[in-house]
Ligand binder design. Structure first.
Ligand SMILES: Nc1ncnc2c1ncn2[C@@H]1O[C@H](COP(=O)(O)OP(=O)(O)OP(=O)(O)O)[C@@H](O)[C@H]1O
Ligand SMILES: O=C(O)c1ccc[n+]([C@@H]2O[C@H](COP(=O)([O-])O)[C@@H](O)[C@H]2O)c1
Length: 216
């Protein structure tokens, strides 16, 4: 049987339960062998993260420690330059058997930006896309994505066939959590308990990240 591998790329500034619950639900619903969380070192498409790549990676490692089926892949920190997803996909493909099924998991907001990605039209050569709902996101998608969905969307994720090339939208209930909101809460010295794993909260506190100066 071909391996089924999910990849959840992100800035993870910081990692939170929205990422982790999504990873677990996709792992179970799509019967994947594993989901790899891949922190971006130099996100090319957004402002510089508040916290450096190594500390964001540390937090993702703490978050998935001991969680069956979830792992961390640090390849984007091991290369120079912008963390383009296409480079990540090509390097994963070089390592995996050609029949392995790759599922790139991304939220609706990230999917809406796909036509702006570096070499975006090559992305589906290497993987399927699994798009997760997020709360408060506009339903309208750019024309290029509507066309892409007409060509590539399958009605249900169970219809995704082969190593890549198709898109499924998941009906998973979204958690209304974002890294932006967590950074905002920390800046106001609010308690972020249960929005991130306790080990991540402890790390933030120990290192005084995001302006957290008190016991949070
Ligand atoms: N609550 C959530 N539910 C579903 N998907 C999510 C959720 N939060 C983040 N994601 C998805 O996880 C991936 C990585 O997200 P990212 O690290 O940018 O977190 P974020 O919470 O969106 O951060 P920020 O608020 O800084 O933009 C993206 O594809 C994003 O859409
Ligand atoms: O490769 C690109 O040009 C590109 C542009 C925007 C986003 N991405 C990827 O999309 C994923 C989610 O991004 P973000 O900003 O929500 O953390 C993450 O893996 C990014 O590397 C990739």
């Amino acid at each position: 049987m071909a391996k089924k591998i999910g990849i959840l790329g992100g800035t993870f500034d910081p990692v939170h339960i929205g990422h982790l619950r999504s990873a677990i639900e996709v792992l179970e619903d799509c019967e994947l062998d594993e989901v790899r969380l891949i922190p971006g070192a130099v996100p090319p498409h957004r402002a510089t993260p508040m916290v450096g790549a190594q500390q964001r990676l540390d937090m993702v490692r703490l978050a998935v420690e001991g969680v069956a089926g979830l792992s961390v892949d640090d390849r984007e920190l091991r290369r120079e330059g912008p963390s383009w997803s296409i480079d990540t996909l090509v390097s994963l493909r070089e390592e995996l058997p050609s029949q392995a099924q790759l599922y790139f998991i991304l939220g609706q907001d990230a999917f809406a930006g796909l036509p702006g990605w570096h070499r975006w039209q090559e992305v589906l050569l290497h993987c399927h896309l699994l798009v997760l709902q997020r709360p408060d996101m506009p339903a309208a998608l750019p024309d290029a994505l509507q066309q892409l969905l007409q060509q590539r969307q399958v009605a249900h994720h169970s219809g995704l066939q082969g190593p890549g090339g198709q898109i499924a939208l998941l009906e998973q209930p979204p958690l209304p959590v974002s890294a932006t909101a967590i950074r905002g809460a920390l800046a106001e010295q609010r308690n972020i308990r249960f929005l991130v794993p306790d080990a991540v909260r402890d790390y933030i506190q120990q290192h005084g990240l995001y302006g957290a100066i008190h016991s949070i």
